[in-house]
Every structure is written in C-alpha cells, then in structure tokens.
Design a protein around this ligand. Structure first.
Ligand code: SF4
Ligand code: SF4
Ligand code: FES
Length: 292
C-alpha cells in the first residue's frame, strides 16, 4: 500500500511517565513507550503477530481507568496520562511473571524473558503448589516431551500458554489451524485436534510455531537431540543470512551452524517478505547440505 501523505497523518499527544509524547493516531501504548525510550516487558506480543492480550505482562496504568490496561493492544488516545513504573504496575507485572512461571520449566526460555522476570524480582516458586504425584504445577512440568516426527518436538512442560504458536498456525501466518488451546486451568494445553500425533494432524510442518515460541517448548528435533546429548552450544554457533534455494519467493533464511553442520534455520522477524515465517522446505529442508 502507498504511504499515507504526511499531511493526512493525525497525531495524538499524551503523557507517559511525566514526558510529553506525540505519536501518529493508531499507535499502541507499547509503541508510544518505545518511541519515548521506555522499555516495556511483553510475552504474548510479537511484531509479526496480532496482539491476543493473554499474558498481561505489558500492563500500564492509565489515569482515570479502573483497571490496568495491556499496552500492546491499547491505542494511544489524546490527553492520556500513562504510568509505566508505578507501584501498582510493578506489582502486577511481578505477579503475572510469577504465576506464568510457577508451573513450567523455563530452562530454555528466551533470555529476554528471563531478564524481564529478574528485573521485576519475580519468584515463581512462591506459587508452585502442586505435588509431585498428581495435581497442580508439578503435573504440568512432568509431561513427557512429545516426539512423533523427525522435524520438531513439543515439550509442553515448558509452555506458558502465550498463544503465539496458535496465532502463527492460524490467520497470522500459516492459515492451517492445526493447533489450538484445549482444556481449562492446569489442564489447559496447546493441542492438535483430538490430541492426535502431529503426523496425523493438519500440521504442514512449516515450523512457524517454533519461530515464535518464547520458551523452547517447540524446538527443532536437531536442537532437542543435541541438547539431550549435551552437545548444543550456542557460543560455538555462527548465524549466516542467505536466500532459500527452493523457490522464486527467495525468502531470507538464517542458518545456525555449529561444528560445520546446520543445526537450526530461522528467518528475521523484521524481514518484509517473510516476517519470520517460512515453509517446510526453507525451515527443515537443509539436511541435504551435510548428507550428500
Ligand atoms: S508446524 Fe506449522 S502447521 Fe504445524 S502446528 Fe506449527 S505452525 Fe501449525
Ligand atoms: S508452545 Fe510456545 S508459543 Fe505455544 S503457547 Fe506454549 S509457550 Fe507459547
Ligand atoms: S504482551 Fe501485552 S498482553 Fe501479553
């Protein structure tokens, strides 16, 4: 679409943490905070997905509003007075981090997510009330890893139910709808239809769900196997941008290479063709390089 002529852009003036901020109409509070240099934690939000507002990590306080509002989806309005670092905001963010982390294994989570948790001094163990034999948090962590194909594994003991994979599988990228949230409470989980194994489901193995998962719950089988063998070492990996060789779209792919072997393939989230999404060939069709 052609860019909107500057003269037609309307601006909104608001105040964030005492600073006057001017942003184009339609800008979210999260984007307004970013433009003012204010760092805001997010979890279910991603630039390449539609906000689903399920985590509430990004909440801010708007004067006159009864409740805290999710900044990732709330548009800036003229005259808003926003506080991002009040006691109420800090308390809420900390509690949300603790509840989200209370029932999951965060050992492979995105370092940015872990840094945000540390910034708010979140102690998820405070809410780990399950017992080792049955109900509650421990039961979630005890789920075995689902390994039912050669391309990627699903370890829902690491899932914080951010819905990003569901969005990527649905209208935001793949339009396959192979996965959705099933169950309620501690039994809520991401599932295929009738919990069928992936090879029997609608999954087309694009791996776009892996590309957005913030915790490593969805992982290349190659990475999973190397982690199990104790050989996965990101400090030894080089990441090289190149173009997928399979078709004329020419997606940019990033090859993660360790010990002269491709171990994972991603695409930059800010790339204007892929937006981080690939198809099965670009994502997983790399074995021929090292298995001639
Ligand atoms: S690999 Fe692609 S099709 Fe399969 S569940 Fe993930 S996003 Fe959906
Ligand atoms: S599997 Fe990953 S992307 Fe999907 S809901 Fe769980 S944490 Fe989020
Ligand atoms: S990041 Fe805004 S609600 Fe999750």
């Amino acid at each position: 679409m052609d860019a909107v002529p500057m003269s037609f852009v309307r601006y909104v003036d608001l105040t964030i943490d005492g600073k006057s901020v001017r942003v184009p109409e339609g800008t979210t509070l999260l984007q307004a905070c970013q433009s003012a240099g204010i760092e805001t934690p997010t979890l279910c939000y991603a630039e390449n997905l539609t906000p689903v507002n399920v985590c509430r990590v990004c909440v801010v306080e708007v004067e006159g509003a009864r409740t805290l509002v999710p900044s990732c989806s709330r548009p800036a309005e003229p005259g808003m007075v926003v506080h991002t670092d009040s006691e109420r905001v800090r308390h809420s963010r900390r509690l949300v981090f603790e509840l989200l982390g209370s029932s999951v294994d965060l050992s492979t989570a995105d370092p940015k997510y872990l840094a945000d948790m540390a910034r708010y001094e979140a102690v998820p163990e405070r809410f780990d009330t399950g017992d080792a034999t049955g109900h509650g948090a421990k039961a979630t962590v005890q789920q075995p890893v689902k390994i039912d194909n050669e391309l990627y594994v699903r370890d829902y003991s690491k899932c914080v139910l951010c819905y990003k994979c569901v969005e990527a599988c649905g209208t935001d990228a793949q339009n396959t709808f192979a996965i959705a949230v099933a169950g309620r409470g501690f039994h809520a989980t991401i599932a295929t239809e009738f919990e069928t194994p992936l090879p029997d489901s609608a999954c087309v193995y694009c791996g776009n769900c892996i590309g957005v998962c913030p915790t490593g719950a969805l992982m290349f089988k190659s990475e999973h196997d190397m982690r199990e063998a104790g050989t996965w070492d990101e400090s030894k990996q080089a990441v090289t941008d190149t173009i997928c060789p399979y078709c004329g779209v020419g997606c940019t792919v990033q090859l993660h290479v360790q010990d002269n072997s491709i171990v994972r393939v991603t695409s930059p989230h800010d790339h204007d063709v892929t937006e981080g999404h690939l198809c099965i060939k670009g994502r997983f069709g790399f074995q021929f390089v090292q298995n001639r």
